[in-house]
Design a protein around this ligand. Structure first.
Ligand code: GLA
Length: 375
C-alpha cells in the first residue's frame, strides 16, 4: 500500500508539508488502485504527454499509476515529426511508443491531417506556387503510410483528421479542402486503413456540442459508410468550462455518434475555471488581451470554485460511465495544472486549474471525486 510513501518521496514533498495537504485527497491517492485500475473494463484513462512527462519522475509515477492511455501533445503533428519532405523526427515518437508498450498502454496517434502545425512548404512547390491536387495527395500518401506503417500494431488508434468542420460553414476552407476538395477526408482515412488495417481510426474536433456541427459529422459518417470509407470513432475534444456546455447537450452529441455505430472518445478533456474572454471556442487561432480581471485566482483556487470544478468532473465522469459500452477513452489534455495549455489560451499568462493534478503534482479534489465513483 504505500504508494503514499513512495508518492511523497518521489514528488519531493517534505514531511513537514504533508499535514497541510488535504488528507482525504492523499488517502484517495494512497489507495492501491489508480484511476486506470478503477476504470478498467469501462474505458481507457488517457493523458496527453510531452518530452518532459517522460523525464520528470512525478509525471512518470502518475502516468504509471493512473493512466492506461497516452497521446503525444505535439510530437506527432506534421510540422514536428515531418518538418520538410523526407525529413523525419522519430526520437520522441519512438520513446513514446516504448513507454506505452512497457506500460501496456493504449496509444493514440495525434494527428495525421490538420490545417494547423504543418510545414509552410506543404502546400506550395519549389517556386512558391500552390501545389496541385495530385501533388498534395502524394504528400499525404507518403506522410500517412510512412508514419502509420512505422508504428503498425503498436499505436492502436489514430486521429486521422483533426478539426476540418466549422459549426458555421460545414467544411473548413483549409488548404486541404481548397486544393483537394472534401474528398481529402476519404483519402486520409483510406490511406491510414491501408497502412494498418487493424488501427482504430477517428475523426477529432472541438465544439462537438454544437448541434449543427454534430449533424454535419453525422452526415459525414453516413456518407463514409455509403462509400466504404473506414471510420471507427469520433473524438470530442472536450475543452470544457465550469458551466458550459450543458451536460445534456454533451449527452445528445454522444448519443448521436453512438447511434451511427461510432465509439466515442473524449480526446482533450480539460475544464477551464477562468472568466470567459469573449466567445468561448477552442479555435486555435483565437487570442484575447490580458487583463487582471480575467486572471482572478493567481493565489490559489477559492473553495467555492474548487467545489464547482470537482462537481463538474464528477458529473462528466458519471455521463461517461452511463455510456461506457460505447465510450472507448477519456484523455485529459496534459497531466497537471502547471503544464496546461489553458494557462496561455486564449489569454496569455493566466493561472488556470483545468486538470486532475495540481501545480505540485498532487491529486486534486476532482481526482478524488472521480476515483470515488468507482471505489
Ligand atoms: C487542439 C489540438 C491539440 C492542441 C490543442 C491546444 O485542440 O487538437 O493538438 O494543439 O488544440 O494545445
Amino acid at each position: 500500500m504505500i504508494n503514499r510513501r513512495k508518492f511523497i518521496r518521489n514528488s519531493a514533498i517534505t514531511a513537514a508539508a504533508v499535514p497541510l495537504l488535504n488528507s482525504q485527497v492523499l488517502a484517495a491517492w494512497a489507495q492501491e488502485k489508480g484511476l486506470k485500475d478503477l476504470y478498467k473494463g469501462d474505458f481507457f484513462i488517457g493523458a496527453a504527454i510531452n518530452g518532459r512527462s517522460l523525464t520528470t519522475p512525478d509525471f512518470v509515477n502518475i502516468l504509471k499509476k493512473d493512466f492506461s492511455s497516452i497521446t503525444a501533445e505535439n510530437e506527432f503533428k506534421w510540422s514536428v515529426i515531418n518538418p520538410s519532405e523526407g525529413e523525419w523526427r522519430f526520437d520522441f515518437p519512438d520513446q513514446f511508443v516504448k513507454f506505452g508498450q512497457d506500460n501496456d498502454m493504449f496509444m493514440q496517434g495525434h494527428c495525421l491531417v490538420w490545417h494547423s502545425q504543418v510545414p509552410r512548404s506543404l502546400f506550395v512547390d519549389e517556386s512558391g506556387n500552390q501545389v496541385t491536387k495530385e501533388a498534395l495527395l502524394k504528400k499525404m500518401q507518403v506522410h500517412i503510410s510512412t508514419l502509420v506503417d512505422r508504428y503498425k500494431g503498436k499505436i492502436q488508434g489514430w486521429d486521422v483528421v483533426n478539426e476540418s468542420i466549422t459549426p458555421e460553414d460545414g467544411w473548413r476552407r483549409s488548404q486541404w479542402y481548397n486544393i483537394i476538395g472534401p474528398e481529402f477526408m476519404d483519402h486520409a482515412f483510406n490511406l491510414a486503413h491501408e497502412a494498418d488495417p487493424s488501427a482504430h481510426l477517428i475523426y477529432n474536433d472541438y465544439n462537438m456540442d454544437n448541434p449543427k456541427k454534430v449533424q454535419f459529422v453525422v452526415e459525414m459518417i453516413r456518407d463514409f459508410k455509403k462509400k466504404g470509407v473506414p471510420i471507427h470513432g469520433i473524438g470530442m475534444q472536450a475543452h470544457y468550462h465550469l458551466d458550459e456546455p450543458d451536460i445534456n447537450v454533451i449527452e445528445n452529441s454522444m448519443k448521436a455518434f453512438i447511434a451511427e455505430g461510432m465509439k466515442v472518445h473524449w480526446t482533450e478533456l480539460d475544464i477551464d475555471v477562468l472568466p470567459a474572454a469573449g466567445a468561448r471556442t477552442s479555435e486555435i487561432s483565437t487570442n484575447a488581451e490580458y487583463q487582471d480581471a480575467l486572471n482572478p485566482y493567481t493565489e490559489g483556487l477559492p473553495k467555492e470554485i474548487d467545489d464547482k470544478l470537482t462537481k463538474r468532473y464528477e458529473d462528466l465522469f458519471k455521463l461517461l460511465l452511463k455510456y461506457k459500452d460505447d465510450v472507448m477513452r477519456v484523455t485529459t489534455w496534459g497531466i497537471s495544472d502547471d503544464t496546461s495549455w489553458k494557462n496561455g489560451f486564449p489569454v496569455r499568462g493566466r493561472t488556470n486549474y483545468p486538470l486532475l493534478f495540481d501545480r505540485q503534482h498532487q491529486p486534486k479534489n476532482c481526482y478524488k471525486a472521480i476515483a470515488a465513483l468507482k471505489s
